[in-house]
Write a new protein. Structure first.
Lengths: 374, 134
């Protein structure tokens, strides 16, 4: 019994000693995060951004320069991949001979095309892009690299210099100013802004997916609903399609049953956070879906800000404010001037800040905004 | 007899190989942190999360702002360049103190520019990891 007691006492004393000894502190770790900033002074109203399966290259729509550019972060190079700077027009052809006229939206990127003769990992790299060439009333396709035709740029739907509203096969279809599109493979949802409809191209035919062709604001079944200047589209993981409307200043939702409802905004221009129809936008343009958060981010162009919209319609200002500017800093300190393009990749949001002629980068973890490409 | 000699030769060869391997491992590993402040400069592609590369030749500057007791080390300022493994050690930098540490990548990656932090370095020292996101 005394032995057990002694052991218990010893154990208690040891415990006390351990508790009283100050903890040996190892080195602390602190981080300095720096965002690289590339200066070219060459962009002229960038409006769109995309990255493909291979994230090594971004593609930028340099709208007022009439070209598509590629930016490679690994070596900081910015090159023209299609079109010629300052030369507007409508021409299919090689990358340099092709002409665009105020392209705005872009999808696709750099892909690895499987091939049995390719070195590991068994594929050849190829750039495949769809561009909505707004003032040419057409969808253009850019193919560069492996398995591409000599004619790198082709028109796949619509016809340059020939606006209209016609459904039909590829080049027989007519559009009137395409403001944006969302691609699922070769199936494109096309925002035909000045026909006030959403069109669908399945690779061979163009049909009307939603809207009547008459401008207006009406929810309901997709082919009787009315839109006013639809700008961009995106689908969520459940197959619902969301549309930004520049004319009605709203975010509309087309569910999988084909019903159109208003997710946020009420047809009146303004700036207000809130839920559903209490929120206000001013010409919302690019819309992206972030699966990791199950939310939408919208470039609220006229409000010079990035808005965050939950799928239940709760709208908050993510970054920026209605006052235009070019200020870096925290999300709320940052100022933009007509942000039009958005792209999210690995917790970084890239913003085509169109009237500042720069690409901004938002570190979505740290909440800091920097000028990435100027 | 021949077998014994062969066995001895085999053992010696194995020892040499092991020694070389050990040497390579030691030579290719960054030195362990000892004390004070270590500055580690890296670069990372935001397009490839998790992958970062050490960058050497980056200027690092430290300035003690507020000292406390007890402490280790006595240096109240430092200036240097990161070397192999992107490291610059300042083992005698005073700890248990508030420091401003700055890095300047301009010499090696112009686009990265500069960055700094102000932090309380505990008595056990600190590792400051600077990352330039390309």
């Amino acid at each position: 019994m005394p032995r057990t007691l002694s052991l218990a006492l010893l154990f208690f004393v040891l415990l006390l000693v351990v508790a009283l000894i100050p903890a040996q502190t190892g080195p602390a770790t602190f981080n300095i995060d720096i965002s690289a900033s590339y200066q070219f002074h060459t962009l002229n109203k960038p409006t769109g951004l995309t990255v493909g399966q291979s994230t090594a290259v971004f593609y930028i729509v340099d709208s007022d320069n009439f070209v598509i550019r590629a930016f490679q972060p690994s070596n900081g190079s910015l090159t023209v991949v299609a079109g010629t700077v300052g030369a507007a027009g409508f021409a299919d052809g090689t990358a340099t001979s092709a002409r665009f006229n105020h392209p705005t939206g872009i999808s696709g990127g750099l892909f690895c095309i499987p091939n049995q003769f390719a070195p590991p990992p068994g594929c050849f790299q190829s750039t495949r892009l769809y561009v909505n060439d707004t003032d040419n009333f057409a969808i253009r396709y850019i193919c560069l690299g492996f398995n591409c035709p000599a004619q790198n740029v082709t028109t796949v739907a619509g016809q340059g210099g020939s606006p209209g509203y016609v459904n039909g096969t590829n080049l027989n279809a007519r559009f009137r100013r395409i403001a944006g599109h969302w691609a699922a493979g070769s199936d494109l949802y096309i925002c035909d802004a000045e026909n006030h409809v959403i069109r669908e191209w399945d690779g061979s035919n163009v049909t009307t997916f939603a809207g009547t062709g008459t401008p207006g604001y009406a929810d309901g079944p997709r082919l009787s609903a009315k839109f006013l200047v639809p700008i961009d589209a995106v689908k969520d993981n459940n197959g619902n399609l969301y549309i930004t409307e520049g004319g009605n200043h709203t975010i509309r939702k087309i569910d999988t049953a084909g019903n159109v409802t208003t997710l946020a905004g009420n047809g009146t221009l303004g700036y207000a956070d809130g839920t559903g129809m209490a929120a206000r936008f001013n010409r919302p343009t690019k819309i992206v879906y972030r699966a990791a958060e199950n939310v939408l981010y919208v470039a609220d162009t006229g409000n010079n800000s990035i808005r965050r919209v939950t799928l239940s319609g709760v709208v908050t200002t993510y970054s920026g404010a209605p006052t235009a500017g070019l200020t870096n800093g925290t999300l709320s300190q940052a100022r933009y001037s007509h942000p039009m393009g958005l792209m999210i990749l690995n917790n970084f949001m890239y913003v085509a800040d169109s009237l500042n002629n720069v690409i901004r980068r938002i570190d979505m973890v740290n909440g800091t905004v920097t000028t990435y490409i100027s | 007899m021949r077998y014994q000699a062969y066995s001895q030769w085999k053992r010696s060869a194995l020892s040499i190989v092991l020694l070389i391997a050990f040497g390579i491992i030691l030579g290719c590993s960054p030195p362990a942190f000892k004390s004070g402040i270590r500055v580690h400069t890296t670069e990372a592609l935001t397009t490839s999360p998790g992958a970062s590369l050490d960058v050497s030749g980056v200027t690092d500057v430290g300035q003690l702002l507020l000292a406390r007791d007890p402490h280790n080390g006595s240096e109240q300022a430092f200036e240097g360049l990161t070397g192999v493994f992107g490291l610059d050690d300042h083992p005698n930098a005073q700890t248990n103190a508030s420091w401003q540490v700055s890095v300047d990548y301009s010499r090696v990656i112009f686009e990265c520019g500069t960055g700094h932090i102000v932090e309380d370095v505990p008595i056990g020292g600190a590792i400051v990891v600077a990352t330039c996101f390309l």
